[in-house]
Design a protein around this ligand. Structure first.
Ligand code: TXA
Ligand code: MG
Length: 321
């Protein structure tokens, strides 16, 4: 890991690392972000491994400006007005994914929405433009610890996991961005931050009440939003019926399934996490009767993978009823 003073050449080097799928920590006006190419499943999986997140919380997707945001998400009138007023700045706006959105499904935790933010920091802006792609960036701290507001914090917490840290000095705001959901049916506050509710209301009118299953207020609900259409069967070792698809793990795959996708033939949990959402989508087809999933070890990223799978299986049980 190297700490770089952010000049054009080091920013270009960091952008090249991002494009190759490596992690780079970068300064923003709020806190340091742990950045990965948001369109690369495997790079995004490294974020969850480095942070030791207990579950796949969706990540904020950083973009340079409104035009870049509109290539990824469907910003309605209110979302667009908020972006025009507060970007670049400490406001993340949750909007529906566009159908052609290239952002990793893992980065958005399988949700059909994504949180977009254009940071107000010249280093973050230069990095985004040099990388030429959206950057997924949670706060650069180990899950549950204090957020990092200096390069030294990042180095202490995550130095082993990142290839480079761009040192932009202490963060101006030091508190994560405000997160507001702006969906067609309603707009509500998910996380308070530097942009206040009053400032938001002044632009788009009063916010709606949070829905009952608001992920921020009841974090356990978050991933129940996502459920494959097909029933999901966990801890599977042999097929049930003729038309079952298999989400496999490891080198030995049981025979008799209609289709098999292997999360990681070598048993690599980072690789497995990176494929999880994409493979579930690929197997969730009407030609199959259900999706069977082989056991995943309950260690490292396996804990988060199993958490996600249990929620997905729970969702499919409810759909069947
Ligand atoms: O200031 C910030 O926002 C920093 C800097 C680096 O930009 N980033 C940050 O990211 O705090 P993170 O991952 O630590 O927090 C992301 C928050 C989480 O509370 C997550 O649940 C929420 O945003 N979030 C992200 N995508 C979402 C979505 N599609 N729906 C609802 N909440 C979402
Ligand atoms: Mg955080």
């Amino acid at each position: 890991m190297t700490i770089y003073a952010p000049i054009q050449s080091t920013i270009e080097k960091a952008a090249a690392l991002l494009r190759e799928g490596d992690l780079v920590a970068f300064p923003t006006e709020t806190v340091y972000g742990l950045g990965a190419d948001a369109t690369n499943d495997r790079a995004v999986a490294k974020i969850f491994a480095a942070k030791a997140r207990p579950q796949f919380n969706p990540l904020i997707i950083h973009v340079p400006d409104l035009a870049a945001a509109q290539a990824l998400g469907a910003l309605d009138e209110r979302a667009r007005r908020l972006a025009e007023r507060f970007w670049p700045g400490p406001l993340s706006i949750v909007v529906p994914r566009r159908p052609d959105c290239p952002v990793s499904r893992l980065a958005t935790a399988g949700l059909d929405t994504l949180a977009l933010r254009a940071p107000d920091h010249h280093v973050a802006q230069a990095l985004l433009r040099a990388a030429g792609r959206p950057i997924a960036g949670p706060s650069a701290n180990v899950s549950g610890r204090l957020s990092a507001t200096t390069a030294a914090h990042v180095a202490k917490d995550l130095g082993r996991h990142v290839n480079a840290i761009l040192d932009g000095g202490p963060c101006r705001i030091g508190l994560e961005s405000t997160v507001v959901a702006c969906l067609p049916a309603r707009a509500w506050l998910l996380r308070p931050g530097a942009v206040t509710t009053e400032q938001i209301s002044a632009v788009i009118g009063p916010l709606d009440a949070a829905p009952a299953n608001d992920p921020e207020r009841s974090p356990g609900q978050l991933l129940a939003h996502y459920a494959p259409t097909l029933p999901l069967r966990l801890q599977a070792s042999s097929p049930k019926g003729a038309q079952e698809a298999l989400l496999a793990f490891g080198e030995r795959t049981p025979p008799g399934f209609s289709k098999v996708l292997n999360l990681s033939p070598t048993g690599d949990l980072v690789e497995a996490a990176s494929h999880l959402f994409a493979f579930l989508h690929e197997l969730d087809q009407p030609e199959f009767s259900g999706i069977a999933v082989m056991p995943i070890p309950e260690r490292g990223l396996g804990v988060a993978i199993n958490d996600r799978l249990r929620r997905a299986a729970h969702g499919s049980t409810m759909i069947r009823q």
